[in-house]
Ligand binder design. Sequence first.
Ligand code: PLP
Length: 375
Amino acid sequence: MVNSVYLDHNATTPLRPEALAAMTDALRATGNPSSVHRHGQRKRAIVEDARERVAELVGATPAGVMFTSGGTEANATALRSFAPGKILVAATEHASVLENVQQAHIVPVDRHGVVDLDTLERMLFAQDEPVLVAVMLANNETGIIQPIADVVDVAHRYGARVHCDAVQAAGKMPIDLGTLGVDSLSLSAHKFGGPMGAGALVFTPDARIRPLLRGGGQERRLRAGTENVPGIAGFGAAASAVGTLPDAVRLSALRSRMEQELGDSKDRGIVIGAGAPRLPNTTCLAMPGVPAETQVIAFDLAGYSVSAGSACSSGTVKKSHVLDAMAVDRKVADCAIRISTGWTTTEQDIISFISAWRGLRARHDTRSQPELISA
Ligand code: PLP
C-alpha cells in the first residue's frame, strides 16, 4: 500500500478539529454581523470572540486586529498604506511582500539567510524621507528566523516603521507584538490549522493603516466587505488551539533526527540554513544531483507530499529567490526540497521518509535516472 504522508505544512496545514467545529457552528447561524437584530448580533459575537483569540495569540489588543482574506491581503494593506513612502524589504521576503511594493529597496541577507543589519543601517542613514522596513519573522522555504527585535532597534533609531510578515511563524514559535516592537504584522489562518481565506493585519495604535478595499464600514472602516464569519471563527479557534505551542519540542526533535541522518557525509544531503535559528518544523534539504522537481514527483509517487524550493514557471525552472539571496550554489539550490511538518506528523512519518529519501538517493546513484522509489 502506498503511504500518504503530508510533509508540506508550510504550504498549508490540515484543518484542526477545533477550527472545523467553530466553522460549522458559524455556517449554521444566519445573520450578517453588521445587522442590529439578534441574528446579526450573534454573528457579531462570533467575530469579536475570534478577534480576542487572535489578539491573544500575538499579544495584541483586539482593537489592533483587522481581519483580511489571508496573509497576502494583510501584507498588501500594510505596504500600500505606506505609499508613496520609501520601503526597504529583505531579499528573502515572500512574493506577497515583494510584489506589493512599487519600488522595493532590497536589504541583503548573509549566507545564513539572516538580514544584514549593517547594510540596513547604512540604507536607513542615507534616507531623508519616511521609511517602512519590511522583514519577515520566519521564512517559508527555509524556516530561518530573522532577528526582528534588532531590525526594529535599528529602524526606530532612524525613525522608520517596521512591518513583519509573521505568516509562517504564527503557531510555530511564540509571537508578542510588544516584544517584537514592530508596527504591524501579518497572519494567515491556514498556516496553523485554520481555514484558507482568513487572515489578519495586526497593528499598534500608531501604525499607519489605510484601507485597500473601500465600500461598507466593516472592520472600523479599514476593510470593506461582509466578514468571512466561518473563516474568522475557524481562525480564532485555531489561534486558541496553538496558543500553548505543545508541538514545538516534538517537531524540533523529529527534525533534528532527520537532518542528522540525511545531512551526514554518507547520505550527502545538504541542510540549507542550518547555521541560523530556524522554525522547529522546516527543513530545506538538497540531494545533490537529483533535481528538486524529480524528487517531488518521486516522493509523491511513494506517498510523501513535499515541495520544491525552486519554482516552475512557463516551462522553465527558476531558481528560488530565497536561496539565490543566500548565495547557495545553483547546483545545490536546484536540488533542494522543503520538508515541513506539523501537528499531524508522527515519528513513523519521519522514519519512513528518511528511508524513502535514502532509497531515491541510492537509485539515483546507481542509475543516474529519475526513478520510482519504494519505502
Ligand atoms: N507570507 C508568507 C511567508 C507565506 O508563506 C504566505 C503563504 O504561503 C503568505 C505570506 C501568503 O498567505 P496567504 O496564503 O494567506 O495569502
